[in-house]
Design a protein around this ligand. Sequence first.
Ligand SMILES: C[S@@+](CC[C@H](N)C(=O)[O-])C[C@H]1O[C@@H](n2cnc3c(N)ncnc32)[C@H](O)[C@@H]1O
Length: 308
Amino acid sequence: MATHNHQEHDHEAHGHEHSHEAHGHAEHGQGHDHGGYNANSLHRSDAFYRPVYEEIINWLDVQPGAKVLDAGSGTGIFTELLASAVGDSGSVTALDMSAELLESVRQRLEGSPLAGRVSLQIGDITDVPLGDTEFDLVWTSRTIHHLPDQVAGLRELWRLLKPRHRLALREGGLPSRFLPADPGVGKPGLEDRLQALFQDWFTTHVRSGEGMVPHPYGWTQTLREAGFSNVTAKSFLVEMLPPFNDDQTAYMRGQLARWVDNEERRSMLSRDDAEAIEQLVDPESEHYAFRRVDLHYLEAVTVYVGEA
Ligand SMILES: C[S@@+](CC[C@H](N)C(=O)[O-])C[C@H]1O[C@@H](n2cnc3c(N)ncnc32)[C@H](O)[C@@H]1O
């Protein structure tokens, strides 16, 4: 596997004001960790979402031999699935600004026949150290919303695509829920309230900071502004019923626990909701949620597609 080095940036360089500590357990809503880019939490989310990710990559119908970019690869779950889809004659470049996460992509593929199809590229999506029109497909998941200037980032990805070839952007969707409306502890409607708080958190912790360019439009419009045409969207339902395996339980429990494990987040909650969550995530409590047989996990993962 080839590794290229180019301009590694830290979060601060992009106006991200988050600490790793503050974001290590931020999975929620749009289904991910905002800003921490923590390998452990990404691995948890990889295990949880793998079935729907396989469905998405199948749906994309990647052509054998295609040259694909995974922009903001994280720990490389999509890099792996794309490398499998492109076949022996294709290739996938995993681009990320985090050397640590690229190392976890390398480890994921170590010893796999897929490793030979993958190259690792450290760099910034807003200034990618690669030539124009190099790729047949660009995939980017849960990354563009971290950029201070989302349209500029997408324009840069447009530049890398061959004319009339596709960018597939995983953003937006519908937030997850899995508890009954009345979970039997605290006030009913807990997940609705957490969802509203999540939006506040997202605004103040992700879409804020130096250089942040406001872009109050939907993703279809954002793609059009960046130069893409024939923009469409397709959503994939994540639906799970018990019994849950350990990965699924750990992920769902983490979704709730992060609201009380992190002081700043906890301070956003009413005392009643904080106490309810503490019981729901505590295996010793009679209200522990993850032995219940009436949980029902639902979430929509959306992929926007546009042509360069
Ligand atoms: C939330 S993670 C998503 C990882 C993976 N695509 C997924 O969906 O699970 C966001 C990733 O984007 C990377 N990233 C954020 N801003 C970036 C930038 N400006 N250039 C390159 N990578 C960036 C982070 O290092 C992180 O790996």
